[in-house]
Design a protein around this ligand. Structure first.
Ligand SMILES: Nc1nc2c(ncn2[C@@H]2O[C@H](COP(=O)(O)OP(=O)(O)OP(=O)(O)O)[C@@H](O)[C@H]2O)c(=O)[nH]1
Length: 366
């Protein structure tokens, strides 16, 4: 229910909270309006005419509040509602006594005031605390007031109903805050772990993932290969076609990389035009075959119909992770292999074994 109310995670946190609050408050407002309207004949029927009149005023207050909500003045509406509940609780308790349980609504508005983000925290806390003080004072001043109207046998039931209705928004509100907090935490983690342009993992976050994958591979005695990849002559592309075109190429390449990944692989935007791929369950020869397929696929991407002469290629260097070697050592070797690919003509894949042997691509060999 709460999840259903939450909007897309792209919305800023406070906006999202305000939106959800708006929906909840409008629902509560319509419900309260209906209840107060029903209480008018009920109070008139038991002979509590003052309360019937107070409820007429309450209906106006809730109706006015709904009008304010529809005008986008939710926070002001909230304050009108709080004032109405305060006055209502005091008048009803003074007339019927505390046994009917109308005082518990003061706890509800005390909580609602605390989630009114347009109120500064200090002021919200003071108002909220005043509601609690009022609640306590009702027990001081009206503890002796006894119910003298019709249907006294209904009072214990009304008490239970009031406690439940007053308690529900508090539970609901806390549940809502919990869901929003979790969804924002997930969103923040995503933002902190991803590169904003390509949405691949960023370097800082990926190191943890890579080390965890390596540890798991050692435990399972499995193969793991590490690939450094770099777009060829990217500076020239930027200089000739513009930075925006360069960004589009980065996006196309990231999409190709993402499509190529299996669930055991990790792709990272390692630097500007440099990517790191971690291929799980993959030995050196398998990694070479996979990377060659990716390299050819990238070379076949048509960057734009307006620039038929523009071809984008990538160079790769790969190494199978030796179980006892450090990440830094493996990165150095993969980097050295990439360097070889670059310096032997680019658009190539090089395997770094201990002595960094070079495998040219099929086109280059033939
Ligand atoms: N459009 C765009 N360009 C970027 C981005 N990040 C880095 N670059 C550019 O990538 C280029 C990298 O250039 P170099 O390191 O000289 O490498 P290169 O031109 O690809 O040459 P080789 O790697 O030797 O083939 C620089 O011009 C950077 O400005 C980015 O996010 N968007």
């Amino acid at each position: 229910m709460i999840k259903h109310l939450l909007k897309q995670p792209t919305q800023s946190g406070l906006e999202e909270i305000e939106h959800v609050k708006f929906l909840i408050i409008s629902r509560i407002a319509y419900f309260a309006l209906a209840v107060h309207a029903l209480l008018i004949p009920a109070f008139a029927h038991i002979g509590a005419n003052t309360l019937a009149i107070v409820n007429v005023l309450s209906v106006f207050a809730w109706g006015g509040g709904i009008f304010l909500i529809n005008q986008g003045l939710t926070s002001l509406a909230l304050r009108v509602f709080c004032l109405e509940v305060l006055i209502h609780a005091v008048v009803v308790c003074a007339t019927l006594g505390l046994s009917a349980g109308f005082q518990f609504y003061l706890w509800t508005i005390s909580c609602i005031l605390m989630i009114d983000y347009q109120l500064p925290l200090k002021r919200a806390a003071i108002y909220s605390f005043l509601m609690i003080i009022t609640f306590a004072l009702l027990y001081v001043f009206f503890a002796e007031v006894t119910y003298t109207f019709s249907y006294p046998e209904l009072i214990p039931h009304i008490n239970v109903i009031n406690i439940i209705i007053a308690g529900l928004p508090m539970v609901y509100g806390i549940g809502l805050i919990r869901e929003i907090t979790i969804s924002q935490r997930i969103e923040l983690t995503e933002m902190a772990s991803r590169d904003p342009l390509t949405k691949l993992y960023n370097r800082r976050f990926a190191k943890k993932l890579i080390l965890a994958a390596h540890k798991k591979n050692i435990e399972n005695a499995d193969n793991l290969s590490l690939v450094m990849a770099d777009i060829d002559h990217f500076k020239n592309i930027n200089d000739s076609y513009g930075h925006d075109k360069g960004d589009t190429i980065l996006l196309n390449i990231s999409a190709a990389i993402r499509a190529f990944l299996t669930e055991n692989d990790i792709a990272v935007r390692w630097g500007g035009e440099e990517f790191l791929l971690l291929l799980g369950h993959t030995n050196q020869q398998q990694a070479f075959a996979k990377v060659e397929a990716l390299r050819q696929q990238i070379a076949a991407i048509e960057p734009h119909q307006d620039f038929p002469e523009l071809t984008v290629t990538m160079s790769f260097g790969l190494i199978e992770w030796q179980p006892l070697a450090s990440l830094e050592c493996m990165l150095q070797q993969a980097d050295a292999a990439l360097y070889k690919s670059k310096h032997s003509g680019r658009n190539k894949t090089t395997i770094a074994t201990g002595q960094s042997s070079v495998f040219n691509n099929i086109d280059a060999v033939s």
